[in-house]
Design a protein around this ligand. Structure first.
Ligand code: HMN
Length: 293
C-alpha cells in the first residue's frame, strides 16, 4: 500500500481552445508532476471534471496519463458517474490501460439508500481486479457514508481505502479505526492536510496540490520528521493561498489560469464551472507570484 501513501495530485482536465480534450496537454502536465516528487495522480475526480465529460473523453484522458507517467507515478482512476454501467465500463477500461486503482463517489443526482450505493460500488469493484478506494464527499453527493457501510465494504480485500473530503477530522479518525491498520485513509480537504495526517490519514488527494505541490511536500516532509511547528507554518501559508484561490469565479478556473502563466495551457474549466476573466488576471499574477516565492 506504500504506493498510495503521500501526496497525490487531483489532476485538472486539459482542454484545447474549443473545449475539446487535449491529450498532448494532459501528457505534458502529467510529465511535469512526475518531476515534483509527488506520489501519484488522481484522474477524473472533482478537479479533473470527470462528471462533465463523456465516458469516451474520460477514457482518453486516463489512457494518456497512464501512457505518460504510469511507470513513475501511482495512477488512481476516478470512475464515479451517475449510471452504474458507465462506472463499470470505466473501471474495466482503467484496468485495461494499466491504472493502479479505481475510485468512485456514490452515484450522483438521485437520493440513494445505503443499499443502493453499496450495490453501485460493488458493481464497480467486481468489474475489475484493481484495488478500490471509496470516495466520500457528502457535500457534493449528498450521501453520508456510515461507519457501518464503510466497515462492511472495507472487509473485502479489494477495498483498500477511502478518500475523505468531508471536513470532520473526527470522522476521518473513526473511518481509520473502522477500517483497521492496513486500511488507507486519504485526506480530502487541502486546508486540513496536516490535521488529517495528525489524526490518522496516510496522505492526501487534493485539488490545490496541482498549483503548489512543493508546499504540500514540505508539510508532509516536516510532519514525517516530527517537526510540527514547521509543518504548521507551511500549512498556514498554504491556507492563505487557498483562501485566495477560492475567491475567483471557480477554484479550477483559477488553478488553470495559474498553470497557464507557468507555460501549461490546459484551457478553462467546462461549463457550468466558470473561467477566470480578463479582470481577474492581475490578481492571478499576484497569487502566482506569492505561491512561487
Ligand atoms: C478531487 O477529487 O479532485 C479532489 O481530490 C477533491 C478534493 O478533496 C478537493 N475537494 C473539492 O474540490 C470539493 C479539495 O482539494 C479542495 O479543492 C480543496 O480543499 C480546496 O477547498
Amino acid at each position: 500500500l506504500e504506493q498510495f501513501k503521500g501526496i497525490i495530485i487531483a489532476l485538472y482536465a486539459s482542454y484545447d481552445d474549443l473545449g475539446e480534450i487535449n491529450t498532448e496537454a494532459v501528457r505534458r502536465l502529467a510529465r511535469y508532476y512526475a518531476t515534483t516528487g509527488v506520489k501519484g495522480l488522481y484522474v477524473g475526480g472533482s478537479s479533473g471534471e470527470g462528471m462533465l465529460q463523456t465516458v469516451e473523453e474520460r477514457k482518453q484522458i486516463l489512457a494518456a496519463v497512464v501512457a505518460e507517467v504510469g511507470e513513475e507515478l501511482t495512477i488512481i482512476a476516478h470512475v464515479g458517474a451517475a449510471a452504474t454501467r458507465d462506472s463499470v465500463e470505466l473501471a474495466k477500461h482503467a484496468e485495461e490501460v494499466g491504472a493502479h486503482a479505481v475510485s468512485a463517489v456514490p452515484s450522483i443526482y438521485y437520493r440513494l439508500s445505503a443499499d443502493s450505493v453499496e450495490g453501485h460500488w460493488q458493481a464497480i469493484i467486481d468489474a475489475s481486479s484493481l484495488p478500490f478506494i471509496i470516495y466520500h464527499i457528502p457535500q457534493t453527493t449528498g450521501f453520508h457514508l456510515s461507519k457501518g457501510l464503510l466497515t462492511k465494504m472495507a472487509a473485502q480485500d479489494k477495498v483498500i481505502g477511502v478518500k475523505i473530503s468531508a471536513e470532520s477530522t473526527f470522522e476521518l479518525q473513526q473511518f481509520k479505526a473502522a477500517g483497521g491498520s492496513d486500511f488507507l485513509v486519504l485526506n480530502g480537504p487541502d486546508e486540513q492536510y496536516l490535521a488529517g495526517r495528525a489524526i490518522g490519514a496516510d496522505g492526501g488527494i487534493g485539488g490545490t496540490y496541482g498549483v503548489m505541490p512543493e508546499l504540500f511536500l514540505k508539510i508532509e516532509m516536516c510532519y514525517a520528521q516530527g517537526n510540527m511547528a514547521e509543518a504548521q507554518a507551511w500549512q498556514f501559508k498554504v491556507n492563505e493561498l487557498i483562501v485566495k484561490l477560492l475567491s475567483f469565479p471557480s477554484l479550477y478556473g483559477a488553478c488553470k489560469a495559474i498553470l497557464k502563466l507557468r507555460g501549461f495551457d490546459i484551457g478553462v474549466p467546462r461549463m457550468p464551472l466558470l473561467p477566470c476573466t480578463e479582470g481577474d488576471q492581475g490578481r492571478i499574477e499576484q497569487l502566482n507570484a506569492e505561491i512561487i516565492t
